[in-house]
Design a protein around this ligand. Structure first.
Ligand code: AMP
Length: 385
């Protein structure tokens, strides 16, 4: 049985006002910890042994003799052999003892099995527990079906390799690093066959994944990841905020496009097919006349999420889009939780979030603000799932 609202509300009812903001140590964990620190909430990073130094050493909180924060933002780190171990019953109890609220990031929903998150993890989540699954492209109900229901434009889907009649992108997992991408672009069935063979031979993709790959129109235009926040406390009409926009640096695509054309042609054929591994982010703003459309899409997403996945989206979410030549955003991916690129807001906030709040407002800080407000007004049940 999925964990229901009443169960989460009962756990939250036993929590003191001083919550602990907990997250998994990867993907935006620093933004979440920094935001909690800015709002005076204790935070906890759940890390995996061998990849905890960023949190446990380099960004750990150091306090002065008066107890005040002298440097750093990560208050505490608990390390596990594997991330998924955080869901062991004894660890759940330990988290509840600390009045922990989990803020889901991509590492959380990738490394802790979704079935466990939905059915076994009895720790309140700030966000939408049931929506984490929509990110799995292999699910029948996923973000594409939700976006379609919402009326948000997505790249046209091509029925199969034989239907490739324009520049298209083939989406499937990487052969070895299963959470990464083995994407490639093609413009004809013939090119599809050639590139697929080359990538299978190179060990980038698995032949068995090709059958379930999604083939969609390639949207020619820059990528804008819109980092939104929906506040259930503010209510449906005032709840949607755009905090920031980021873009990605992808390896080795970005390395290749920095080469002049003549040097690109010097690459051996096997190195000419780029991989799309996200390795960093940059901050962007969007042309002002496009903003209204961006808000329209955000509103549609919120409405559809409330219809399909009650109580709907809670807190941060990210619509990842390409802007086509008319400036129209076409959404090719969704994070139904904090996006992977919000560290661009870290501590500085973002032009949009700052303009709205008249103070540096990152995604991480906005989460802490909402949690504090919910705890102070006895409305935690409205923001936790
Ligand atoms: P995703 O895994 O869906 O977030 O996509 C990874 C990257 O692939 C994005 O950052 C884009 O650079 C690119 N991408 C994905 N879908 C499309 C599309 N339909 N058109 C153009 N680029 C895309």
């Amino acid at each position: 049985m999925p964990i229901d609202a009443a169960e989460v509300a009962a756990i939250a009812a036993g929590y003191p006002k001083a919550l602990t903001v907990a997250t998994v140590g990867s993907h935006a964990a620093l933004d979440i910890a920094d935001g909690a620190a800015s709002e005076g909430l204790p935070n906890l990073v759940l890390a995996q042994r061998g990849r905890e130094a960023t949190y446990a050493r380099y960004f750990r909180t150091v306090r002065g003799p008066d107890g005040g924060r002298r440097r750093g933002c990560v208050d505490e780190v608990w390390s596990y052999e594997k991330f998924a171990d955080l869901a062991a019953p004894a660890e759940q109890e330990r988290l509840r003892q600390r009045a922990a609220v989990m803020v889901p990031n991509r590492a959380f929903s990738s490394y802790v099995p979704l079935d466990v998150i939905e059915r076994e993890l009895r720790v309140p989540i700030f966000g939408s527990r049931s929506m984490l699954r929509i990110e799995e492209r292999s699910e029948r109900e996923n973000y594409y079906t939700l976006l379609e229901h919402a009326g948000v434009p997505t790249p046209a889907r091509l029925a199969g390799p034989e239907a490739i009649d324009r520049l298209a992108i083939v989406k499937l997992p990487h052969a070895q690093r299963r959470l990464e991408r083995g994407f490639f672009t093609v413009a004809s069935p013939q090119e599809y066959r050639e590139k697929a063979e080359q990538l299978v031979a190179r060990g980038t993709i698995l032949r068995s994944d090709l059958a379930t790959a999604r083939i969609e129109e390639y949207v020619l235009g820059p990528v804008f990841n819109f980092n939104f926040f929906f506040s259930p406390l503010a209510g449906r009409d005032d709840g949607l905020e755009l905090l920031g926009v980021d873009e990605r640096r992808e390896s080795d695509l970005d390395g290749m496009v920095r080469l002049p054309a003549a040097q690109q042609l010097e690459l051996p054929p096997s190195a000419r097919l780029p991989e799309y591994t996200v390795v960093g982010h940059g901050s962007l703003t969007v042309r002002e006349s496009v903003l209204e459309e961006v808000f329209r899409l955000g509103e549609r997403f919120v409405r559809a999420s409330r219809e399909r996945y009650p109580p709907g989206i809670v807190g941060p979410f990210c619509l990842q889009s390409c802007l086509d030549r008319t400036g129209r955003p076409v959404v090719f991916d969704v994070a139904a939780r904090i996006g992977g690129g919000t560290n661009v807001h870290l501590a500085l906030g973002h032009p949009y979030g700052n303009a709205l709040y008249r103070t540096p407002m990152s995604s991480g800080r906005r989460i802490a603000v909402e949690l504090k407000a919910a705890a102070d007004t006895g409305r935690l049940a409205e923001v936790l799932t």
